[in-house]
Design a binder for this molecule. Structure first.
Ligand code: ZN
Length: 466
């Protein structure tokens, strides 16, 4: 009798606690560059999330719901439900200087970036910006990001503390910078090592937080400091390495003059042991073939940041060459040189970049416009692979953490009007990529929990998603 009761109540109890989300569901299972069937799409689909915040099932509604007869169903019919977007490269301290006029990389750093970053030694100040930054991620459906802090360890504490209030999977690190910047922002090889190590021990794998050793870029670190960065990677083999690479031609020439014995920009990082899995290089706009090859061989990834590359006039990233060499690529916003936190707008610029390449850079016959499926791959599973997180986020693989976004394809009058003329999900994705923005993000979920966006520090800007 007792056994019979248990056998009846146990599964019912388990099902009661899980939640099903019914919508048009899309997620990637492979790179469209190498697979004819890179995604799964269920027009009337269900995503089942367990009480642990992880994916329990995904598939057609009629099939999946049969297996969960007592489940609570949240109905998002008519919406598109996807894994949360992943931002492979962004600077949270630059949130307040996004859209600053007129400069290219090196002048832009001196004119805008360094004075802004000085303020982050003040923890209270850093917390205020961190809150705004994470609100913007949520508002735009971004659930994971690889983030630059500033030289001050306070900047990293402030960001991780804020991310933990939402249980977000964030990767971040303190900038290492001991030359070619104002004195007020410099650390030393010794202090950057000690501070980074303390932050690793405090934050790496603390909840969903992960740490990235973060030399700003080769010109602002001495060989002694890059040696220390390599030492940290040796001592903590599963942390990340996050820096910039070959963004701008003036920068590349500067690196060559600072490291005259190197054979190129990437060679500088390679020579200090900084290239490996979980090494993420922002930009890579002007890489040579042998450098693409080296990135592939070491398992390093590129963060492709089209709005930033266009904004600073840095150049046109060669995505097809990265594909040819098998280099991992994720999409990044690079705010504040990037001009939007929004993945649709970032994919929009990525598409236009391939059109410009076709027109101006390459043999036109060798360049294809970026397909929507590839763009969304780069913003989800591709980015997760670039960050070696594909077993945690980026797709609805069973057991993955249920970070997801609910997209309203009819969010604006123009979207609604244009969507009437679409027939396939790929058409809809492309229209969203061109016309969508944060208004199309109806809800953002982190570990199965619906997020709200509150408080811009001053309390001036407050709303909650409905
Ligand atoms: Zn950057």
């Amino acid at each position: 009798m007792t056994a019979a009761v248990l056998s009846f109540t146990a599964p019912a109890f388990a099902q009661y606690q899980t939640t099903a989300y019914r919508a048009s569901i899309l997620h990637f299972v492979a790179d469209p560059a190498v697979s004819q069937t890179p995604y799964e799409y269920y027009e009337d689909g269900v995503l089942v999330v367990g009480t642990d915040g992880k994916v329990k099932a995904v598939g057609p509604a009629n099939t999946v719901l049969n297996n969960y007869p007592y489940i609570q169903v949240v109905d998002y019919s008519g919406k598109i439900l996807m894994p949360g977007f992943i931002d492979s490269h962004v600077h949270y301290p630059q949130t307040e200087m996004i859209a600053s006029f007129g400069e290219q990389l090196l002048e832009w750093l001196n004119t805008y970036t360094f004075p802004t970053e000085q303020q982050f030694s003040n923890k209270t100040y850093a917390k205020g910006v961190a809150k705004t930054f994470i609100n913007e991620l949520v508002r735009n459906g971004t659930t994971t990001a690889l983030v630059f802090g500033t030289v001050s360890p306070n900047s990293v504490d402030a960001l991780f503390e804020e991310a933990q209030t939402r249980n977000m999977r964030l990767i971040a690190g303190k900038v290492m910078m001991d030359r070619n910047a104002p004195d007020y922002l410099l650390d030393t090889p010794a202090s950057s090592y000690t501070d980074s190590k303390a932050l690793i021990q405090k934050w790496h794998k603390n909840g969903r937080a992960l740490y990235a050793v973060t030399p700003r870029f080769a010109p602002t670190s001495t060989p002694e400091q890059l040696t220390k960065a390599g030492q940290l990677l040796q001592e903590f083999p599963d942390v990340y390495m996050h820096t910039h690479l070959s963004e701008n031609k003036g920068e590349i020439a500067w690196v060559q003059s600072l490291f005259p014995s190197s054979t190129g920009y990437l060679d500088v990082y390679n020579s200090f042991g900084l290239s490996r899995n979980r090494s993420v290089y922002a930009h890579g706009v002007h890489l040579r073939d042998d450098e693409f090859q080296s990135l592939a061989q070491t398992g390093s990834a590129i963060a492709f940041c089209p709005t930033s590359n266009m904004f600073l006039g840095s150049g046109l990233f060669n995505l097809q060459k990265a594909e040819q060499y098998g280099v991992k690529v994720g999409l990044g916003t690079d705010v504040g040189a990037g001009t939007s936190f929004n993945a649709f707008q970032t994919m929009n610029e990525a598409y236009k970049m391939t059109q410009l390449r076709k027109a101006f850079v390459d043999d036109p016959d060798t360049v294809n416009p970026l397909k929507a499926v590839k763009a969304y791959y780069l913003a989800t599973l591709g980015a997760a692979r670039a960050l070696s997180l594909e077993n945690q986020v980026g797709s609805f693989k069973i057991g993955n953490e249920a970070d997801f976004v609910v997209i309203n394809p009819n969010a604006t009058d123009l979207l609604k009007f244009r969507m009437q003329k679409t027939t396939t999900i790929e058409d809809k994705l492309f229209v969203l990529q061109m016309l969508g923005d944060d208004r199309a993000i109806q809800n953002t979920y982190v570990m199965g929990k619906k997020q709200t966006v509150n408080g811009y520090g001053s309390g001036y800007y407050q709303y909650t998603y409905n």
